[in-house]
Write a protein that binds this ligand. Structure first.
Ligand SMILES: C[S@@+](CC[C@H](N)C(=O)[O-])C[C@H]1O[C@@H](n2cnc3c(N)ncnc32)[C@H](O)[C@@H]1O
Length: 350
């Protein structure tokens, strides 16, 4: 049995997505935003689930009456972790309102750490308190409390977390805080930061970017602040300081008609358009190898048909070294597709 977390209210979207992927998949809502399913998560054909914020593979129900007992539950299951290999722990509450259970988690964390310090020091040394993407050697223990004395435990032994990285995220509950920066032209900048973190890569100095649908310029702002050069395409101009920035080349026009003269390091695209148009755009850019990496938002309106995302799941993975399709915490009304192309040359714009 696996547990899947989604944004509360999106349970039916995740169920529909599972049913498209696994014919006849049965799901049961255990708590708001928490689904139980018995589908087979095959490492050889890892599922891409845009609406699964996090997955707890092979989870089982557990209960404990005290902090000390919770520490012991964790201690028991960590005996299964391979010696000398990195592992991580995600401890998270899933009950009450904002902040509920956080203190309890801290105390459980301390109680468990103390047990390891006394009885299993080798595990303490291999414990990675990090949120960077999983390596093939990383194992993951997840404890999700649905009440102070009950919850679910999942132990995923390497290379499973890495193999299932399209639906098992290196962040507890798959959540990332929404960044804020008052100097950015708009809040859209938080989407790019989150997408980079999920991809495990950042736009770097001297890289080249094409930013489609760039106005008012938050994504361009992030890229130029890192020292990258940006061709920004929009029908409207960017904020004045960005228009004057020597690293920015603004091209007024239709994002869907823009083709770079040479491949670029990054395609960034946040155009407001029908989902099929943005999906067609990212497929063209990747199939024609116009970029090495891409972060593209797919926007939906009203009664959205999320089945439109399915072609991305089939077409892009064979062309990509890394590929993610997800709903960002920074924006709930769109999906974000990001990735790195396979065996790409190291292109530079002339
Ligand atoms: C959500 S905003 C982009 C925000 C931007 N990423 C930022 O960080 O500031 C979407 C933009 O897409 C632009 N847009 C929509 N259709 C377009 C098209 N066909 N060609 C160029 N720009 C387009 C709009 O003008 C708008 O500025």
């Amino acid at each position: 049995m696996h547990l899947l977390l989604t944004e509360p209210g999106d349970e039916s979207l995740l169920t529909d997505e599972l049913k498209r992927m696994f014919v006849g998949a049965e799901t049961e809502i255990v708590a708001p935003g928490l689904l139980r399913t018995a589908v087979t998560l095959q490492a050889s054909a890892p599922p891409v689930l845009a609406f699964a914020r996090q997955t707890l593979p092979d989870a089982h129900a557990v209960s404990a009456a005290s902090i000390r007992e919770w520490g012991e539950r964790l201690f028991e299951v960590t005996s299964r972790l391979p010696e000398g290999q990195p592992w991580r722990l995600h401890l998270a509450p899933h009950y009450g309102g904002e902040g509920a259970g956080e203190n309890r988690m801290r105390f459980i964390h301390e109680a468990f750490r103390e047990l390891l310090r006394k009885k299993r020091r080798y595990l303490l040394r291999a414990w990675e308190e990090s949120e960077v993407p999983f390596r093939e050697s990383t194992s993951l223990v997840q404890l999700l409390l649905t009440a102070p004395d009950a919850g679910f435990l999942s132990v995923s032994i390497a290379p499973h977390p890495w193999q299932l990285r399209h639906c098992v995220w290196p962040f507890p509950k798959g959540e990332l805080p929404v960044a804020s920066d008052k100097s950015a032209p708009s809040r859209a900048f938080a989407k790019l930061l989150e997408a980079e973190q999920r991809l495990g890569l950042r736009i770097a100095a001297d890289e080249t970017c094409v930013d489609l649908g760039a106005c008012p310029g938050s994504w361009t702002y992030v890229a130029v602040n890192r020292g990258a050069r940006v061709i920004a395409v929009d029908r409207s101009s960017l904020r004045e300081d960005l228009m004057a920035n020597p690293l920015v080349s603004f091209q007024q026009g239709d994002a869907f008609k823009f083709v770079p003269e040479a491949p670029v390091d990054w395609l960034l695209c946040d155009v407001i358009a029908a989902p099929e148009r943005s999906i067609g755009l990212v497929l063209d850019w990747v199939q024609e190898r116009r970029c090495r990496r891409f972060i593209v938002t797919i926007k939906f309106k009203g009664q959205a048909d999320y089945a439109k995302l399915e072609p991305l799941k089939h077409t892009l993975p064979p062309l990509c070294k890394e590929f993610f399709l997800t709903r960002l915490c920074a924006n709930k009304n769109e999906a974000c597709v990001m990735g790195t192309l396979l065996d790409s040359p190291s292109p530079r714009l002339t």
